[in-house]
Design a protein around this ligand. Structure first.
Ligand code: OAD
Length: 249
């Protein structure tokens, strides 16, 4: 592990643009549950019922109650040392972009400044009538929230199964990846597309791919450097080594 940590730090020390592609694992140590539990349920619910457009059409109150629960949970948690380490990269590398599948907003809370939330955000609502997207923070919304601009019904601004990613956000993320020289993939099982396609895109443009995860994943075949362990432990070690390299120059 020590050798791999050194290789990662050395690689980052000459990087001009790093993209960090994250998934639920990066927030696990903050107390946000990951997705792929063995019982096929998501916090006690069938995914079809709470994370599809059909589920919302059938029972919007249930879907809002579910997302209000997730919003409440996010209000109780804080970024962990993994998020902090990613934010600290910005003081050590010319350009850092975060493309995340997470909807918890913890990269932003930790201080990362360029964050593309590919699957939406728990803090945002979208109006079904006027389409306005609004950041409502974590305020109490109830189960039948109404658009403050037009009175239409609101939904969570989350990408559900079978829905497309937000067009502009995805375009920015793809553009960032095509110009990066190091790509860190952290805490994702890398099975959900199109997001996971960013990994092969990074490889195809010649970026060095570093994987941080508890175990090998679908991303491992693309990885040049594999760091297996909790991201809240591994990433601070990488940043510490990188900092030592930068100050010894
Ligand atoms: P998953 O739950 O599929 O994968 C989480 C990954 O994090 C696994 O590979 C774990 O090994 C790893 N992991 C867990 N704890 C970790 C830790 N402390 N440090 C490092 N790694 C750790 O979550 P995602 O890959 O994010 O999409 O799932 C992708 C998408 O699937 C989600 O964004 C969501 C879901 O469907 C939508 O809602 C559209």
């Amino acid at each position: 592990m020590d050798l791999e940590l050194d290789r990662a730090a050395k690689t980052l020390s000459v990087a001009k643009h790093v993209v960090v592609f994250s998934g639920a694992g990066v927030s696990a140590e903050s107390g946000v549950p990951t997705f792929r539990a063995s019982d096929g349920l998501w916090e006690g619910h069938r995914i079809e019922d709470v994370a599809t457009p059909e589920g919302f059409a059938n029972d919007p109150d249930l879907v809002w109650a579910f997302y209000n629960g997730r919003r409440e949970n996010v209000g109780r948690v804080t970024p962990n040392p993994g998020h902090a380490a990613i934010a600290q990269l910005e003081s050590l590398i010319d350009r850092v972009t975060v493309a995340t599948q997470n909807v918890d907003g913890l990269h932003l809370v930790a201080g990362s400044t360029t964050v593309y939330e590919l699957h939406g955000s728990l803090r945002e609502t979208r109006c079904l009538a006027c389409r306005e997207i609004k950041n409502r923070g974590l305020e109490e919304l109830g189960t039948q929230p109404i658009c403050p601009s037009c009175g239409g019904r609101l939904r969570p601004n989350i990408v559900w199964f079978r829905e497309q990613l937000p067009h502009q956000t995805w375009a920015y993320a793809e553009a960032a990846v095509t110009s990066c020289d190091v790509f860190i993939v952290v805490g994702t099982s890398a099975v959900v597309y199109p997001a996971a396609g960013l990994i092969s895109l990074a490889k195809s443009v010649g970026a060095v791919v570093i994987e941080v995860n508890l175990t090998p994943t679908n991303a491992s075949g693309y990885a040049d450097i594999c760091l297996y362990g909790p991201s809240g432990m591994v990433l601070p070690k990488v940043v510490e080594r990188l900092r030592r390299l930068s100050t010894s120059e």
